[in-house]
Design a protein around this ligand. Structure first.
Ligand code: FMN
Length: 220
């Protein structure tokens, strides 16, 4: 490991896949918190290997052709099937390659934004027939997720929050056991106070992630 000023430069820079669910850009609270997460990690590593999937302008939806192509074994797929699945293939590869999924998600109508759900549909391709839904065993992968959740009134884990339990389940479903939620919900009640706490939580958690990654790199 190399020391650069106050920063540690690892031989292998961990890969971050950032997924933004907000339709807003400049005034988005969830994006600002995700920016802070990236900046904190970047500060620790000197560089950040970040791929960003911004679902703001839509990410496309699955179709009948997509479903049919998904259900075929790889070797039976036609060139047209492969073309239909190409985007999903690319998104799955991005998710596979990442060490950290950083997901910035505002609550929309008590759940997640539709475009984020589309991203999930596109990467969970092996569940198209639903058969995997009851088998969550043996899927653990060496990856963690940091989920930043914002809302105006719906509080995380309250009865009307369907985003948190859904995202928890989906992370487990894709094999990620290490999931941390940053709670920036209920912003209408006390925006500055809630944001200040969320910012501290983001920084503290990203420092923990960086320390773990640095230890792993030093041990390699
Ligand atoms: C379509 C839509 C639906 C929303 N539904 C809810 C909701 O169910 N509960 C809530 O508290 N806030 C709701 N909000 C408000 C957002 O969750 C809140 O403004 C959030 O902080 C936006 O994140 P952003 O600043 O990153 O865009 C909704 C906003 C939009 C655009």
């Amino acid at each position: 490991m190399q020391q650069i000023g106050s920063q540690l430069m690892t031989a292998i820079t961990p890969k971050i896949l950032r997924i933004d669910g907000s339709t807003r850009h400049s005034e988005s609270v969830s994006r600002a918190l995700a920016d802070l997460a990236v900046a904190t990690l970047q500060d620790q590593f000197g560089v950040a290997n970040v791929t960003q999937r911004d679902t703001r302008s839509g990410i496309g939806n699955i179709s009948s052709a997509w479903r049919n192509a998904s259900l075929k074994p790889n070797e039976s797929r036609s060139p047209e099937d492969r073309a239909v699945l190409a985007q999903s293939e690319a998104l799955m590869n991005e998710a596979d390659a990442a060490d950290l999924l950083l997901i910035a998600v505002p609550i929309y109508n008590f759940s997640i934004p539709a475009a984020l759900k589309s991203w999930i549909d596109l990467i969970c391709r092996d569940n198209v027939d639903g058969a995997r839904a009851h088998d969550l065993t043996g899927r653990s992968i060496n990856k963690q997720a940091l989920i930043i959740l914002t809302s105006n009134y719906t509080l995380a884990n309250a009865d009307d929050d369907f985003a948190t339990p859904y995202l928890k389940f989906i992370m487990k479903f894709i094999g990620i056991d290490s999931v941390t939620f940053i709670d920036a919900t209920g912003l209408a009640n006390d925006q500055s106070g809630i944001l200040a706490l969320a910012q501290e939580a983001v920084k503290a958690h990203c420092m923990d992630i960086a320390n773990t990654w640095n230890k792993q790199t030093a041990a390699e």
